[in-house]
Design a binder for this molecule. Sequence first.
Ligand SMILES: [Fe+2]
Ligand SMILES: [Fe+2]
Length: 212
Amino acid sequence: MRQLTFIDRVLGQVHQALELSLQKPAHTTRENPALHLAEPMLSPHEIKHAAALMRINHAGEIAAQGLYQGQALTARLPNIRKQMEQAALEEIDHLVWCRERLEELGSHTSYLDPIWYLGAVLIGAAAGLAGDQWSLGFIAETEHQVSAHLQNHLEKLPEEDKKSERILTQMKIDEEQHAENALKAGGVNLPAPIKLMMRVASKVMVKTAYHF
Ligand SMILES: [Fe+2]
Ligand SMILES: [Fe+2]
C-alpha cells in the first residue's frame, strides 16, 4: 500500500512535469507586477536577448517547482511538507509572470523544461531524504543563489525593458524571503562542496536554456 502511494506520487510528478511545460498554470495568487507597464521599444537583438534571459528564469522556476515538490515527497515532518507545498504554490506566480513576459516577447519556453523539472524532483527528494534541516538548508542556499542570479540578470537586461525588470525585481524580493523562511524553520548551512555543485548544476541550466 505504501509503495503504491509512492508510485502514485512519482507518476503524479511526471504528469506535473509535462503539464507545467506544456501549459501556463491557471491560478496565481498575485497579479503580474508588470501588467500595467507599457511595452518598451526594443530592437530585434534586444528582444531576442531579453527573451533568452526570461526563458532561463522560467526554466529556473520550473526547476524550483521540481525542487519543492521533490522535497515534499520525502520530507519527514508534516509541517515541513506543508511548507514546501505552500512555497511551490507561491513560486507558481513567478513561473506565470516569466511565461507571460516570454509570450509578450514573442518567444518560447525552454524545450528542456520537463528535464529540468524531473531532475530537480530527484535532487529535491535526495535533499529531503538527508533530513528536514538539510532540506531547509538546501532551500535557503538555492534561494540565495537564485537571488544572486536575478541580480546578475537585472544588470544584463536591455535598459529599456522595464517590464522584465519589474518582474525580476519582485521575484528577487520573494526569493530572499523564501531563504529567510527556510533558515528560520531550522535550515542549516550547507558544506562548501555541495554549494559549489549546486552552482555548477545551475550554470549548466542557465547556459542551455539561453538557447533552447
Ligand atoms: Fe521563484
Ligand atoms: Fe523562491
